[in-house]
Design a protein around this ligand. Structure first.
Ligand code: PLP
Length: 397
């Protein structure tokens, strides 16, 4: 039957993470779930905070069903956007209104809609390795080309020489993700300043805007008081894609937003294109109940300290076992060097110990692996002797 081959490929090719997950399910039946050390998934293990449940109950109690479950206008309920804009202004000391927000079904939708809104035939979008693998699928789905800047593996900040070579007159946007999945790194103020200086220079040279898309579902998950710069303050043509999946542990509820500041070049047309892109991607509106939930909880601060504790424990355990790893500053991932250059072979070997890890090649950074530590602390504690045995096996060969 004639169907879109590309869609068949995307829909049937098993992702590495999916394959690992299935392996884990099978092994769990053989040896018991508690003996599987699954570090493969970025699914928050902290339950949604109690204020979320309370907000849901209050909304169900106080609002009319038509209001709770009905369609909203496509950008999201105006009252909800007003509440969010006030909270964002207070927290980041900026000046937006409801007109600058477009609510979406999480960051995945926010990013895809933004790509589609910006992309013209032949446009290029630049990402920095290691990067969230879905970017490639999102960019290509709208007819764009993803250009990947190789990683600066000593600290996972930006290799500016390599970045500079990746910019061309066809560059439409650059996407950054800090705190980062999979490296756990937060871009320093110095990195942000250099990045935005270079973009301004190239905008002038090429004679058109280069948008900076800030994909930031992990903004609130940052450790030791590290500052996560708010990018709209450093660069005029910034578009923020935010999600409540991680900060409020609501990944299944699909809620987030796109923020387009007034300063963005041709603001009206960019915001209009976002609405148009959302329309053809059949967005209709972001989930109605959860629009209201996040409006009521916008100023709340969830307790995310378990991630920090887990990150430190795993980092210390792995470095003591002999792994080399950039210290975690945020999100809930470590991205250590694999103990052999072939990261697939390394992850395969780790599976012998029922340690489920994701090869770095999947994130555009071979020779590394990702360990997601949004898991029970006790599982990390029990896994450390196994990581030590794995490292020992390499030392003895
Ligand atoms: N961007 C990054 C860097 C992510 O890690 C994820 C999810 O893991 C997403 C976007 C998508 O998140 P959402 O659930 O909001 O669609």
């Amino acid at each position: 039957m004639m169907v879109a081959e590309k869609m068949v490929e995307l829909g049937t090719k098993k992702s590495t993470i999916r394959t690992i997950f299935e392996f884990g399910q099978k092994r769990a039946q053989e040896v018991g779930r508690e003996n599987i050390f699954d570090f493969s998934l970025g699914n928050p293990n902290i339950p949604a905070p109690p204020f979320i449940k309370q907000a849901i109950l209050d909304i169900l109690e106080e609002c009319e069903p038509m209001e709770i479950h009905g369609y909203t206008v496509a950008p999201g309920d105006p009252g909800v956007r007003t509440a969010l804009s006030k909270s964002i202004n207070n927290r980041f000391n900026i000046n937006i209104s409801e007109k600058n927000l477009f609510l979406t079904a999480g960051a995945a939708a926010a990013i895809t809609v933004t790509f589609k809104a910006l992309c013209e035939e032949g446009d290029e979008f630049v990402a920095f390795a290691p990067f969230f693998p879905e970017y490639r699928c999102f960019v290509e789905s709208v007819g764009g080309k993803l250009t990947v800047v190789p990683a600066r593996i000593e600290d996972f900040q930006i290799d500016f020489d390599a970045f500079s070579r990746c910019l061309s007159p066809r560059t439409k946007a650059v996407i950054v993700n800090s705190p980062n999945n999979p490296s756990g790194v937060v871009y320093s103020l110095e990195t942000i300043q250099k990045l935005t200086d270079l973009l301004r220079e190239r905008e002038k040279e090429f004679g058109h805007p280069i948008f900076l898309i800030s994909d930031e579902p992990y903004r609130e998950i940052a450790y030791d008081g590290v500052e996560v710069p708010y990018l709209t303050k450093y660069y005029r043509n910034t578009i923020v894609c935010y999600s409540y999946s991680k900060s409020f542990s609501l990944p299944g509820e699909r809620i987030g937003y796109i923020l387009v500041p007034n300063e963005v070049a041709d603001f009206e047309r960019v915001y209009g294109a976002i609405a148009g892109a959302a329309r053809v991607l059949t967005h209709v509106n972001a989930p109605s109940l959860f629009q209201r939930v996040i409006a009521r909880c916008a100023d709340m601060k969830p307790d995310l300290s378990a991630y920090e504790k887990n990150g430190k424990l795993l980092y210390q355990g792995l470095t003591e076992a002999g792994f080399t790893c950039v210290r975690p500053q945020g999100a809930f991932y470590l991205f250590p060097r694999a103990l052999e250059q072939d990261d697939y072979a390394f992850c395969e070997r780790a599976r012998k110990y029922d340690l489920l890890l994701v090869p770095g090649t999947d994130f555009g950074c071979p020779g590394h692996f990702r360990a997601a530590y949004c898991v029970k602390t006790e599982m990390i504690e029990r896994s450390l002797p196994l990581f030590r045995k794995l490292a020992e096996e390499y030392r003895c060969q």
